[in-house]
Design a protein around this ligand. Sequence first.
Ligand code: PSU
Ligand code: MN
Length: 303
Amino acid sequence: MPTLNIAPEVALALADNRPVVALESTIISHGLPRPRNREAALEFDHILRDKGVVPATVAVIDGIPTVGLDATGLATIADDDIAKASVRDLPILLAKGASGATTVAATAHIAARAGIRVFATGGLGGVHRGASDTFDESADLSTLAVTNIAVVSAGVKSVLDIAATLERLETLSVPVIGFQTTAFPAFWLSDSGFTLDWSAADAEEVAAIMKAHDDTGHGQGIVVANPVPRDQQWDPAEHDHVLSEAFRAAEQAGVRGKAVTPFLLGFIVEASGGRSLEVNLDLARNNIRVAGDIAAAWSRLSA
Ligand code: PSU
Ligand code: MN
């Protein structure tokens, strides 16, 4: 059984040092409602192709970690009820021959093994509110501590404890760089109120930091925080209101563990009348564009 199925198009691009961007599948399977999820997956691919960048969506398909999905793979993640898979779920899915939608952690792990250096997502997982009691901290953080890939995200969702998440990234020695800003975003909102130490002026500078990071001999990932433009963000007052309702609903439903993130996202899409979904799609598109530019800059720099 192959340990990694890399689509020929992706393998060729990597061998030729042409730009490739990894995309995750959990956002498609568990983060966006059907049928918008399928349209989004196709649109994300197109955004990259229009830039001359090869998209590499990662998922586990019938027990095989797959980098770059064909139409069947896309249908599996968009239409089938498949497991949400973090790194620890991978060996189980592989042994069982099952399919799974990879989180940021699992996508980063598989993409890095395939030799991909740039990855675009919506929001990174992080430390949940109340984590000092529940210990609920996403494996996205611990995985980025040991996985050399640059992840472009709109920060972390405001449902998380953003201060604690930034502290953990510091402890794990994961560089966090604002893209053209030092304001750390809060997913649907452009500014979380937390200020970063560093920003990068453009994609070339991010690529230069990736190169320097390699030269230092460190193997962590790099978080590139890319805020949704202010005129596209969710109205902050409505955001705060819907979020507090979502927390109440999650507590009443007794949601625990890996079900928490999909539950909150689903509730918030419903309660916002679809507004949060539009912002979610906008920020993902923005992240994918920036990731495409970084991948292009990286392939020029490492040529
Ligand atoms: N952010 C989103 N949509 C998502 C997720 C994050 O906007 O669907 C997913 C990502 O795959 C992320 C995961 O890796 O949620 C984190 O889940 P957990 O908190 O259970 O680790
Ligand atoms: Mn969790």
